[in-house]
Design a protein around this ligand. Sequence first.
Ligand SMILES: *Cc1c(COP(=O)(O)O)cnc(C)c1O
Length: 394
Amino acid sequence: MTISSFHPPQRTLMGPGPSDVSPRVLEALARPTIGHLDPAFVGMMDEMKALLQYAFKTENALTLPVSAPGSAGMETCFVNLVEPGDTVIVCQNGVFGGRMKENVVRIGATPVMVEDDWGTVVDPDKLESALKANPDAKVVAFVHAETSTGAQSDAETLVKLAHDHDCLSVVDAVTSLGGSPLKVDEWGIDAIYSGTQKCLSAPPGLSPVSFSERAAEVIRTRKSPVQSWFLDLNLVMGYWGAGAKRAYHHTAPINNLYGLFESLVMLQEEGLENAWTRHELNHQALRAGLEAMGLSFVVKEGDRLPQLNAVRIPDGIDDATVRSRLLNEYQLEIGAGLGTLAGKVWRIGLMGYASSPRNVVYCLTALEAVLADMDAPVNKGVAVSAATQRLQKG
Ligand SMILES: *Cc1c(COP(=O)(O)O)cnc(C)c1O
């Protein structure tokens, strides 16, 4: 048997990530691989840091892309800041808070859970009660943009509460970075991690992280060594650190970094605030179309994440059939529900390069065609015009 080259189909990615990667980024990925200590590469690393600081709105010196996906960024924050025996307050309102808890437990620290229903935001009052009941807590961790449900929590308020009780804040911004307002320095976030394959629209495999000076000091003065050798920032800084000799730690994913670099250049060209506005407008247009069709959102208005739209599946309609028809007939990927929402919702992403009027119209057209063919109880012939009218209003 001769196995030949792999040529993936050309899809439109409107799920929870990865999102569509722009041709500019794909072209950057194919540039010549050079050494990870090559002076030309090292020059790019310094600019990369400045671009990440721009995207995070921070001047944190400890800002870099971890050489692994968003989950590794999460783990980087926990293993560096938390030591065995520490208490960590973890807010959970979806899938990813559960993973934070898992990180805390594996470190040998104690998680205190603040739980909210899936599809709702983290309740600041519940966090405040937990902080009062656990005066020894060291860290408060929460997910800014819960991709599993489409809810966006009030990061600024939650971080302020953490600080009022002398705790560090760890924020999951995997889906918010580049898509909705996020101000690391202004909000005083101590540790934050993101991913490349959501609103930055670069391929998966890297995780931008940033740590405040206060968090960096906690890492430098740990009592015990970081349990992960690979993610120990004290070692990683020998390669990525300001003024570092760029000593070998691991071989950086060179070409993937070219891709992230190009996507950050594109973000800078567009302007961060303009990117936030674009995500919001396309969300409003998709929403107008879906609601005209008769579909309803899971998350209440005001708490919704523009880049991830969770909508209820009409009664009697099989989730998997619709998604596989969209994929096979229209090359369109949308996401399934997770956990308590499995089988009940679809998650439609409008992330990064994929957040465009073209995709809004395409998704509404394809979804309506499939649902109409399955005799679903939806209004026909009105979704696209509702969306385009909303787009024209700006
Ligand atoms: C996607 C996602 C992650 C995990 O990122 P990976 O790159 O898949 O490891 C973590 N948190 C949130 C909120 C996400 O959406």
